[in-house]
Ligand binder design. Structure first.
Ligand code: G16
Length: 542
């Protein structure tokens, strides 16, 4: 019943910031997905007879790859596979299932916020037993294996019925098709004060949750409409669609603009939130106030004790290097440990496992805590609603009061998408060469105090990750950071992160792009962006 299939390796299966992401036609090549899945199994040890969790964000090609993964898990010797009904498991829900049931690991099929469809993106990533993305030593091993693989094993059986909850035997392995929502909703109910949020909503506070035609729809329906009593229709675009309804399921000011405009209109809801393709990202908007992800992390950390799951306080905070230093000020005031990691949620895993931090966040619309080992979109939304309910203040009041207390970190990210790869690499190489000469140089009124290529020394396992983004720091705490995205699937994406600290509350009401305009000009001057990329402006500003 187990078939061994001869295969030829592909040379391009290097996992990026979060797993392997490619266009569907790439994944649909002969044995492409099989090679990668077998390379994952070949890089692991000790899973015989143990449990593997499998689920995905429901995008185009999800069901096909789930069938392959289940049959290959049986052939590899797993004892049990737990798979979400319909092949659905949001990334944080998958992380929770892995942890709750003590699974050996999980395979999550997602290309996150990237578009879906026959010519769009697909992805596969492996999560370890703590529920988090595999660390670099495993992803490196998977890549090495994928370059030489010559066969894979698969159970030669009919497709399983993914839509019916229940369990059955498949080639000697147990398959359990589980409700993808129940465990997750139960966890959220433990962490947050649902009765306070229910009372807030019953009192007329209007929420709009945009699931963007992606995986959080069923989760948001259950949590916001069923358990928290939000009127029907409060959750929008709630049916997960293979192509996300043609939307780009990226919760930011560009792709969730409709929701943003609605909340900003006088008759619109009081609170808006959106999630991405696989449910780990979030965007939070209050009336007259967009909350930057960096501020969101700082404000959640500062107010954490209002939520029952965090009532005892938090142990520390971690943020990715390009994320603004707003959270650092909270950590300093509360006397908490503060950690700066490279971009990629996988770098938070060790800190969370060691109990050094409770909450983590990234500028890329990701926030989360030690409840799972992934960032968690709906968790962040519920945290915000819990804070609003407990403090009895609007989002705008909460944010402006936070700035008044801690100062404001003006922050913006400029993305240059689908830039020619050679041009992008050339820009980074030239920047690296310039680094030693930058400190001491002045650009207008901005004087460079330090410039480096960020390297991370993991305080838990001692591993070192180099070349994680180029930082140019200026007097007064302003900075620009340059890095190439590790999640794109065509060309290169240059990200430029710009930040300026302003302590004076009288100067907290300036438009963000205006407040950062001198730094934006200097970033272009230092990196020669226009000339090297041939672009006169970013493709996306968030
Ligand atoms: C992934 C990672 C995040 C990272 C983001 C952006 O998010 O999990 O940790 O911040 O990519 O990475 P990059 O700047 O390299 O594109 P997601 O939501 O895509 O899984």
């Amino acid at each position: 019943m187990i078939k061994t299939v001869a295969t030829a390796p592909y040379q391009d299966q290097k996992p990026g910031t979060s797993g392997l992401r490619k266009k569907v036609p790439v994944f649909a090549q002969e044995n492409y997905a099989e090679n990668f899945i077998q390379s994952i199994f070949d890089s692991l040890e000790g899973f015989q007879g143990k449990t593997l969790v499998i689920g995905g964000d429901g995008r185009y090609y999800n069901r096909e790859v789930i069938q392959k993964a289940v049959k290959m898990a049986a052939a590899a010797g797993f004892g049990k596979v737990m798979v979400g009904q319909g092949g659905i498991l949001s990334t944080p829900a998958a992380s929770n299932v892995i942890r709750k049931y003590g699974a050996f690991g999980g395979i999550v099929l997602s290309a996150s916020h990237n578009p879906g469809g026959p010519t769009e993106d697909f992805g596969i990533k492996y999560n370890i037993g703590n529920g988090g993305p595999a660390p670099e030593k495993i992803t490196d091993a998977i890549f090495a294996r994928s370059k030489v693989i010559d066969e894979y094993k698969i159970a030669d059986v009919a497709d399983i019925d993914l839509d019916k909850i229940g369990s059955f035997d498949l080639a000697g392995m147990k398959v359990e098709v589980i409700d993808p929502v129940a465990d997750y909703a139960e966890l959220m109910e433990k962490l947050f004060d649902f009765s306070a949020i229910r009372a807030l909503i019953a009192g007329g506070f209007r929420v709009a949750i945009d699931s963007m035609g992606a995986v959080t729809g069923p989760y948001a329906n259950e949590i916001f409409e069923k358990r928290l009593g939000a009127p029907e229709g409060s959750v929008r675009n709630s049916t997960p669609l293979p192509d996300f309804g043609g939307h780009h399921p990226d919760p930011n000011l560009v792709h969730a603009k409709e929701l943003y405009d609605d909340v900003m209109s006088p008759q619109g809801p009081d609170f808006g939130a959106a999630s991405d393709g696989d449910g780990d990202r979030n965007m939070v908007v209050g009336k007259d106030m967009f909350v930057t992800p960096s501020d969101s992390l700082a404000i959640i950390a500062a107010n954490a004790t209002v939520a029952p799951g965090y009532a005892k306080g938090i142990s520390g905070i971690a943020r990715s290097m390009p994320t603004s230093a707003a959270a650092d000020r909270v950590a300093e005031k509360l006397g908490l440990g503060m950690y700066e990691t490279p971009t990629g949620w996988k770098f938070f895993g060790n800190l969370l496992d060691a109990g050094k931090v409770t909450v983590c966040g990234e500028e890329s619309f990701g926030t989360g805590s030690d409840h799972v080992r992934e960032k968690d979109g709906l968790w962040a939304v519920l945290f915000w609603l819990n804070i609003v309910a407990a403090r009895k203040k609007s989002v705008a009041e909460i944010v402006t009061q936070h700035w008044a207390e801690y100062g404001r970190n003006y922050y913006s990210r400029h993305d240059y998408e689908e830039v020619d790869t050679d041009a992008a690499n050339g820009l980074v190489t030239a920047l690296r060469e310039k680094l030693p000469s930058l400190p001491g140089q002045s650009f207008g009124s901005l004087k460079v105090t330090a410039a480096d290529d960020f390297a991370y020394h993991d305080p838990v396992d001692g591993s070192v990750s180099k070349n994680q983004g180029i930082r140019v720091l200026f007097e007064g705490g302003s900075r620009v950071v340059f890095r190439l995205s590790g999640t794109g699937t065509s060309g290169a994406t240059l990200r430029v992160y710009v930040e300026r600290y302003e302590a004076d509350p009288a100067k907290h009401g300036i438009d963000t792009q205006e407040a950062l305009s001198d730094l934006i000009t200097v970033a272009d001057e230092i990196a020669d962006i226009r000339k090297r990329t041939g672009r006169d402006k970013p493709s996306v500003i968030t």
